[in-house]
Design a protein around this ligand. Structure first.
Ligand SMILES: [Zn+2]
Length: 227
């Protein structure tokens, strides 16, 4: 009800450029969709995102939908998703990416989609995990289970500065942990996140998930940082 009233008085604007959306446009305008730099990782299994994890963690598949540049459209879109409550952006990106990923042979073997978790206190403060709608759209469109209870974050930090946490030598295996039972053994988990930068967060999550006997990991993100 409140949302309907808001839309009535404030026309919807594009999450990338803030121009007014036409009635046939949804969340991101046609021009921004056209201008967003796509990675096309799904067409190349040995892509640059996949190579980020060489020698760090065994991954079956890694890909990101778009490139993230400082001050670019994608930075604006992710900012609106993460800090401005625009969860619908995740739905749009997840639905978009599911179309690209549905023919990926390796993803046919995925059992569950696992979001990079926020600490429960952080989740209370923000009100939502910014990757939830992305993951749920992938889940619906790829017909995969969504599981946000197996992996959890143990450490709270006000900014969740990856540098501070992961820069410590003891950091990597102390941030995330898993809670699982025998039915979770030998599953292929698809970890999802917003932006791949160094890959350290995903690496730390994978370390936790790999405590599960027979676990396999793949990674899908909305964006990948690119200079
Ligand atoms: Zn736009």
């Amino acid at each position: 009800m409140f949302k309907t009233l808001i839309n009535l008085f404030f026309p919807k604007v594009c999450a990338g450029c803030h121009s007014f959306l036409l009635s046939n446009e949804n969340v991101i305008c046609t021009l921004c969709r056209h201008n967003i730099p796509l990675t096309n990782h799904h067409l190349n299994p040995e892509n640059e995102a996949f190579k980020k994890f060489y020698g760090r963690i065994p991954v079956q598949h890694t890909s990101a939908l778009v490139y993230f540049h400082k001050k670019g459209i994608v930075q604006e879109i992710i900012h609106n998703l993460k800090y401005k409550g625009h969860e619908e952006i995740g739905t749009v990106l997840g639905t978009w990416y599911a179309e690209d990923l549905k023919n990926s042979a390796i993803l046919q073997t995925v059992d569950e989609i696992i979001p990079v978790p926020l600490h429960k206190r952080k989740l209370r403060e923000r009100g939502y995990n910014q990757v939830t709608t992305f993951g749920k759209a992938l889940s619906e469109n790829l017909d995969l289970a969504y599981n946000d209870s197996i992996l959890f974050r143990k450490v709270y930090s006000k900014t969740q500065s990856k540098k501070n946490l992961l820069g410590r030598s003891d950091g990597i295996d102390t941030i995330f942990d898993v809670t699982f039972s025998e039915k979770d053994h030998h599953k292929h988990f698809l970890l999802i996140d917003d932006v791949i930068t160094t890959g350290s967060t995903l690496e730390a999550c994978s370390h936790a998930l790999l405590k599960i006997p027979g676990a396999k990991i793949s990674v899908v993100c909305m964006a990948m940082a690119h200079s």
